[in-house]
Ligand binder design. Structure first.
Ligand code: HEM
Ligand SMILES: [Ca+2]
Length: 764
């Protein structure tokens, strides 16, 4: 094996012929900061003006005292900013180049590794790559200024950050940062990429927007470096936290179905998606081989933050696994291109706008269309009346037979599990069903008109099912009313253009805690509902073939997931996701809970204690102060792993809280989730029940949309499902019995005749 070995510190590229590679675990690789590529002699070579050896205060600052720094603006000299931008660009490009070289020289992912499949979930567009590149340059420039100013003035990184905030340095001379006016269009229909939803801020909620923050980040340097404990030591190991605090204890929910869990994941995929950094060659490898150890730092990409596995790990030690591949999320410049801390990119539209069905950019949207009859592309299958998702590149699936389907949809995660692919199929069918009815009601409508109207109806149904059926069930009706989240009986008039609909980064942590409701397997049931077969999740990651394995298979899966319960919302998670995620043909997989924790740190999310304050709870000064929200046994476990109560990660602390009455979440996550769904509704001009707008539904139409339900969606879009409980997110019971799909009183029907328009009204 020939490996190009790039030494940090000397910038020499040595080509080493390595026949047998003996590897000594490098502990430092467990705690990368993200700035490993910035070393002293490189900075002094590339940017002599910024190197700390030339720390003359007058170079950087106009000659004034430190006290006045906080009051005055414009104290950091323009030339110094320009120089840090130039250096930032040069150094971050060099780091990029080094990453590509490493990948080309063989430091890349094993084709059958779980880690490779982790990368399939989000691919970066050309625009996203550009944004990521510029954001690295701006972050590196910020870091260089910080290094220089902190060493020259002997101030802390935090003091520098507050100076920088006051300075509010916006970059305008980078081509990317030149203000681009996104033209506001008055279309009745949403754009695909979320632009032009807000008239004053046409970029709000768009594909590629930064996640929003409701608490100051806890990067250890205030900019991008991975967080550390208050003592300055590393935070507890993410895998250790997973095994100690989230151990598998399978308790089924008494009330909620698997379908309830599945809709939650689907809604998540509509609202957000972070992507991981890649090289020009593809996914980044941070571990040696297939997880045998951490790569030595000389071979690691700067974006690597691998999860080290403790030697005595209860599961991985049996397989010699010491390293879970993990790579930092793509960052993006903030909306005004100012210097400051890192913001992560949301690669889908932030609105609840069916983007997982239609795509988050016009190109994908177009690719998914039939271009006739307003329909989405679908595949037919002999013996089935209704269609299936179109298929694409089989390389992104783990197929057993060449003829098995690998789906393409508006969201790349569609193939993650067969039950997720089922929801995508139902909504694809609903679009085409609606399109057919609309075109028979309005025979003169064009393909475009039918497509847009059907899309508008399906998005409204998704919003209605989510806000009226799913949210109150999971988070409590009273609570939602209190936060003004529940839609009103007919129109609501509370659209607020000053509310940014961007997804809050902490919301991802809160919703990730629902990984605990994922069961270990799913069952299938024939028409008699005598449920028979059970499929382990880990045998079906990225293998959706089961959806089409027979004429009845899709119906059987749906009957299964409305019959089977979800797992209880508690801190216990199935080993199918904590040991076996994306296992494929291996004996072991990745750990989703360790990844949830590590991802929160990667995004610099403020600590659990900070979010307690943000949410109006008392800040805890000792572990015991958590007793109002966290049960004693969990407090004991937390205090044994964390050094200090301030160190507790948001994901961990939030998941440990006891649930609020009527909700599957504790107080802190309840508050964060409420904040998100408030923004998603109030900040979306096109939200389905906003009245008195040019694009609002007529009262008759809105009344029909409000009849939509999960049960009706299933009845209308399956061949053989004849009976189902009225509330498909809840287990069948005496209060929630099964009804015949033709019983329109029990399971109301969305009557589309309200969309019949006068024959001469072709387009509006
Ligand atoms: C079988 C079920 C599921 C699987 C296999 C799964 C898998 C994953 C994976 C692999 C990630 C990315 C991890 C990372 O790189 O940081 C992720 C992220 C996430 N998951 Fe799940 N998940 C499932 C169910 C759910 C459910 C039920 C919910 C919520 C109701 C949920 C909410 C989230 C959220 C909010 C994120 C962060 C998304 C992002 O930032 O892009 N997941 N999940
Ligand atoms: Ca969306």
């Amino acid at each position: 094996m020939e490996v190009i070995f790039v030494f940090r510190g000397s910038r020499n590229v040595l080509v080493l012929s390595v026949l047998f590679y003996f590897f000594v675990s490098s502990v430092s690789g467990c705690f990368n900061t993200g700035w490993e590529f910035l070393f002293e002699d490189l900075i002094s070579d590339v940017c002599p003006m910024l190197a700390s050896a030339t720390s003359l205060v007058k170079d950087i600052l106009t000659p004034i005292s430190l006290e006045s720094l906080k009051e005055d603006r414009g104290v950091i000299k323009k030339e110094m900013v320009a120089e840090s931008l130039r250096c930032g660009r040069e150094l971050s490009r060099a780091a990029n180049k080094r990453g590509n070289q490493l990948a080309r020289s063989g430091v890349c992912l094993d084709p059958s590794s779980p880690a490779l499949f982790h990368f399939f979930s989000a691919k970066l567009s050309k625009e996203a790559k550009k944004a990521a590149e510029v954001s690295h340059e701006l972050l590196t420039a910020t870091k260089l200024l910080q290094l220089k100013i902190c060493s020259s003035l002997d101030i802390s990184p935090n003091t520098f950050m507050s100076i920088l905030e006051d300075e509010d340095i916006k970059v305008t001379d980078l081509a990317y940062c030149k203000p681009v006016k996104i033209p506001f269009t008055k279309s009745k229909y949403r754009s695909f990429d979320g632009t032009s939803n807000n008239m004053k801020h046409p970029g709000w909620g768009r594909t590629g927007a930064p996640f929003s923050r409701i608490a100051t980040p806890r990067y250890s340097d205030g900019i991008y470096a991975m967080p550390v404990a208050k003592s300055g030591r590393p935070l507890p190991n993410a895998r250790l936290l997973s095994t100690e605090l989230f151990a598998d204890r399978p308790i089924p929910s008494r009330t909620l179905t698997y379908m309830n869990m599945q809709w939650g994941q689907f809604v998540t995929h509509d609202l957000l998606s972070q992507a991981m950094e890649v090289t020009d060659e593809g996914g980044i490898q941070c571990c040696f081989g297939n997880g045998q150890d951490i790569l030595p730092s000389e071979w690691q990409n700067d974006k690597c933050i691998p999860i080290c596995v403790p030697e005595d790990d209860p599961f991985y030690r049996h397989y010699g696994v010491r390293c879970i591949n993990f790579v930092r999320s793509v960052t993006t410049p903030r909306d005004d291109c100012s210097l400051g801390y890192a913001e992560q990119m949301n690669t889908v539209t932030s609105f609840l706008d069916g983007s997982a069905i239609y795509g988050s950019d016009p190109m994908l949207a177009s690719k998914l269309r039939e271009k006739s009859g307003g329909r989405l592309k679908e595949r037919t299958k002999f013996g089935c009346k209704r269609g299936f998702l179109p298929t694409a590149d089989a390389k992104t699936c783990d197929l057993r037979n060449a003829s098995d389907p690998c789906y393409i949809a508006g969201d790349r995660r569609v193939n993650q599990t067969p039950t997720l692919a089922v929801i995508h199929t139902l909504l694809l069918r609903e679009h085409n069903r609606v399109a057919e009815v609309l075109s028979s009601l309005n025979p003169l409508w064009t393909d475009e008109k039918i497509y847009q109207e059907a899309r508008r109806i399906v998005i409204a149904e998704i919003q209605h099912i989510t806000y009226q059926e799913w949210l109150p069930l999971n988070f409590g009706e009273n609570y939602l009313r209190y936060y003004r989240i529940t839609p009103s009986t007919l129109y609501s008039r509370d659209y607020n253009p000053d509310v940014n609909p961007a997804v809050v980064g902490a919301f991802a942590a809160a919703f990730r805690s629902l990984h605990s409701v994922v069961p270990d397997s799913f069952v299938t049931c024939p028409a008699t509902y005598q449920c028979a077969y059970m499929y382990k999740l880990s045998d079906y990651y990225f293998n959706p073939a089961l959806v089409e394995s027979s004429v009845e298979s899709l119906d059987d899966i749906i009957r299964g997931i409305v019959t089977q319960s979800a797992a209880e919302a508690d801190p216990h998670c199935t080993r199918e996701i904590t040991n076996l995620l994306f296992k494929l043909d291996n004996k072991w997989g990745m750990d989703l809970i360790a990844m949830d924790i590590q991802r929160g740190r990667d995004h610099g999310l403020a600590s659990y204690n900070d979010y307690r304050e943000t949410c109006g709870l008392k800040r805890a000064h000792s572990f015991q102060d958590l007793s109002g929200e966290i049960p004693q046994d969990r407090i004991n476990a937390l205090s044994q792993i964390y050094e200090c109560v301030d160190d507790i990660d948001l994901f961990v602390g939030g998941t440990m809280e006891k649930t609020v009455q009527g909700s599957i979440l504790g107080k802190t996550f309840q508050c964060i989730v409420a904040e998100q769904f408030y923004r998603t509704r109030i900040g979306d001009r096109f939200f389905y029940d906003h009245g008195e707008m040019p694009h609002s539904f007529t009262p008759d139409q809105l009344k029909e949309i409000k009849k939509a339900s999960m049960a009706r969606l299933i009845c209308d879009n399956t061949d053989g499902i004849k009976y189902i409980q009225r509330k498909a997110f809840e287990m069948e019971s005496a209060h929630n019995p099964k009804y015949n799909c033709y019983d329109y009183d029990a399971i109301p029907f969305v009557d589309l005749t309200a969309w019949k328009r006068p024959i001469l009204e072709l387009y509006d």
